[in-house]
Design a protein around this ligand. Structure first.
Ligand code: BGC
Length: 733
């Protein structure tokens, strides 16, 4: 018998029930002499352990929105390791993150805490994060499961999402990370999903999570997200946080006594909690010391690798130390490096751009230019900035979203930057000098004003070392290599959710799977900067696409290889992206979807061969009739390149589905479906014309079979049709 089983057997009903809520705000319940307690604290991008009314000092790494721009699973793994080490040093057993909710609208207040609009990129980054944390014997907690895509009304909004959209988009960002990285914990979201609160949602917490994905860890409620205690246990919720909640424990005891909840059901949950606690306790290291200097260095590297160079006309960047620079904008002094709410870290050290430039002996003239506390234009600050700019050769303007605009608890109300920043930009650009814009923000902003900017470097919410990283990038000490993990639309109105986000009460995800680039591509809309886009100080060339086969079965894996060459004269990194496009889908599908990516390092002139593999999921969609992933038999285009809208290489592959859906033919079925079953058009024609002597040449291919009776001129009766359908079904068995 395992130790956890022994502990379970030693517990009274009351003790078991007590384990299902927290001991206090952050700890699990301990049971004298039987089970210890473990501590959870917030992440995701740094440890936020509450102590003495504040939080312990910890390294603030770039937030998830930022690090996702690195597309670098190894880098986020290293950050995960560092987070794990700081947890060990602070006696924390589980760190609450990463958050993998999909960016449905650019306005979601917590977008800075989430990875992407694309589930593959999000789940890969999450997986790296979790594996890194857990390699240190500390648990990660993936959150917020699921469909927590807005902050407005977050405690009660009912997200209405169809099954296919859920599986392909909103659950998919969790799926691979859960299956592959096996987080110790999953946090159930505040909101309802299709009518049931996520914390009491059996479909979510048991049918999908445990039965389908095989998850064996603990489900914890978001803080205050649990409602009906017995329903929660039955649905698969293990721990309600925060605690204690004596009334909930009592309700569970009553339910077992009165047979509403079986002891077996409760035991399953309690056993998972015991196993978690035992794991956490076993990994504790007394007097552990984390190397905070190394973590700060890692934070610098992470911010460098995650910054995205959006524009660089005439190679204005990198700057030269001897340039006469006017540094304008309050963000140079008050760097915006993280967002508000539960993820807000008490950073160990934060430098600003002024200090980072001084440290490198780079001279500049600084003017604040605008306030960040409000949007009002301050004429004095404007004229100071103009005077400083007039005396310079190059203007570097630090713009962005003030801290007050991006936080947990509310959504952004606009995609625009504050007017005081845009007005100042316009004034400065009238001077006709080269203008570099550095952006500090956790999500996309409208950029109509930016026509006169020569270069734009988006630092996002880059963590405590963002200023140092920024200076390195501006002056060529580091070469930008991040790419956008989300589309920057031209304007908010172009977003599929623009007319309804955020909805109160009920949020209907009517745009379906068309989120982010899936929507902009389907609608052929121009965007400001596409998903997957980012420049470098060097250039890359793609060539020589090779696909390992021309015709495969859906069970085969396909190898795709190509070459990438650094054609410039400095070293750089390129993120190569692979997208798959079905040519003849049987259901409405996005034009193309990201199915692979790799970040590669290249010396000047160097060329490397990149290989990626695709399996069934690379081609599949979620089929709501079979409640499973299905592949259409059709030709798929394989696109490879530098962004979702710059894909110079294209090849093709025919994938043959093995789908045999026995219920496929009914009298209501279409005459045939080209893609989804093994009965070919020829076979059907033979059956109809030779065996049944029907002339079907004039019939439309999507005619329901039942209509054949009417079109047969009396040759086909309903009985004959029934026999015909049976025969078809025999043939596809
Ligand atoms: C947030 C979670 C967080 C928890 C504990 C909640 O309000 O939604 O992300 O982990 O608080 O602070």
């Amino acid at each position: 018998m395992t130790k956890a089983m022994e502990i379970l057997n030693s517990l009274t009903l009351e003790e078991k029930a007590s384990l299902t809520s927290g001991k206090d705000c952050w700890r699990t319940v301990d049971i004298d002499g039987k089970l210890a307690s473990i501590m959870m604290s917030d992440g995701p991008h740094g440890l936020r352990k509450e102590e003495n009314g504040g939080a312990v000092p910890a390294t603030c790494f770039p937030s998830s929105a930022t690090i996702a721009n690195s597309w670098d699973e190894d880098l986020i793994y290293k950050i995960g390791e560092a987070l794990g080490e700081e947890c060990l040093a602070n006696d924390v057993q589980v760190i609450l993150g990463p958050g993998v909710n999909i960016k449905r609208s650019p306005l979601c207040g917590r977008n800075f805490e989430y990875f992407s609009e694309d589930p593959l990129l999000a789940t890969k980054m999450a997986s790296g994060h979790i594996r890194g944390v857990q390699s240190k014997g500390v648990g990660a907690c993936i959150k917020h499961f699921a469909a927590n895509n807005q902050e407005t009304d977050r405690f009660s909004v009912n997200a209405i999402i169809d099954e296919r959209t859920l599986r392909e988009i909103y659950l998919s960002s969790f799926e691979e990370a859960v299956k592959e990285a096996k987080p110790w914990m999953i946090m159930s979201a505040y909101n309802k999903l299709n009518g049931d609160y996520c914390s009491e949602n059996k479909y979510l917490l048991t049918d999908v999570l445990r039965d389908d994905w095989g998850y064996e860890g603990v489900v914890v409620s978001d803080w205050g997200a649990a409602n009906e205690p017995v329903d929660g246990v039955k649905a698969g919720l293990d721990i309600r946080m925060p605690g204690p909640v004596p009334s909930a424990n009592a309700a569970i005891v009553e339910a077992v006594k009165f047979g509403e909840l079986s002891m077996e059901e409760l035991n399953k949950n309690v056993l998972r909690i015991i196993e978690l606690v035992e794991k956490g306790i076993a990994s504790k290291v007394a007097d552990y010391e984390a190397d905070m200097t190394a973590h700060n260095e890692l934070a610098v590297k992470a911010a460098e690798e995650s910054a995205v160079l959006l524009k660089n006309n005439n190679n204005v960047l990198p700057l030269d130390k001897s340039d006469k620079i006017a540094l304008i904008g309050a963000f140079a002094e008050q760097v915006r490096y993280q967002g508000g709410g539960s993820s807000c870290v008490n950073a160990t050290e934060v430098s600003n751009l002024l200090q980072a430039l001084d440290d490198k002996n780079i001279t500049y003239t600084y003017a604040k230019g605008f306030k960040t506390e409000d949007d009002l234009i301050d004429d004095n600050l404007v004229s100071e900035a103009v005077t400083a700019a007039e005396k310079s050769d190059i203007i570097v303007m630090c713009m962005g979203l003030p801290f007050r605009m991006e936080s947990e608890g509310f959504d952004r109300w606009t995609m625009s930057l504050p007017i005081n920043q845009i007005e100042l930009f316009n004034k400065l650009s009238e001077l006709g000098k080269p203008m570099v814009v550095v952006l500090f923000q956790g999500s996309p902003v409208e950029m109509e004003w930016s026509k006169n900017a020569d270069s734009i470097l988006a630092m996002y919410t880059g963590g405590q070392a963002v200023a140092k990283a920024c200076v390195n990038l501006l002056f060529g000490g580091a070469n930008p290599c991040g790419k956008l993990s989300e589309t920057w639309g031209l304007k908010l109105e172009n977003n599929p959710t623009a007319l309804s986000f955020p909805e109160k009460g009920t949020a209907s995800y009517v745009e379906g799977v068309y989120v982010g680039y899936r929507y902009y591509d389907k609608k052929k809309l121009d965007v400001m900067y596409p998903f997957g886009y980012g420049l470098s100080y060097t250039t890359f060339e793609y060539s020589d696409l090779k696909i390992s086969a021309t015709d495969i079965s859906e069970c085969d894996t396909l190898e795709v290889s190509f070459k990438v060459k650094n054609t410039g004269d400095i070293a750089g990194k390129e993120i190569a992206e692979l997208y798959v496009e079905p040519t003849y889908p049987s259901v409405s599908r996005p034009v193309r979807e990201l199915k692979g990516f790799k970040k590669i390092s290249l010396e000047p002139g160097e060329e490397k061969t990149v290989t990626m593999t695709l399996d069934k999921r690379g081609f599949a969609y979620y089929d709501v009739e079979t409640h499973d992933w299905q592949v259409d038999t059709t030709v798929y285009k394989i696109h490879v390149g530098a962004s979702s809208r710059n894909l110079p290489l294209v090849g093709s592959i025919k994938v043959n589905s093995s789908r045999t859906n026995k219920a496929f033919f009914t009298t209501d079925s279409r005459v045939y479906e080209l893609n989804a079953n093994p009965v070919s058009k020829e076979t059907l024609n033979k059956l109809l014309t030779e065996d049944l002597k029907l002339d079907i040449s004039a019939l439309s291919i999507d005619l329901p079979l039942s209509k054949l009776v009417g079109f047969s001129g009396g040759k086909l009766s309903v009985d004959m049709l029934d026999r015909f359908v049976s025969e078809l079904n025999e043939r596809i068995k």
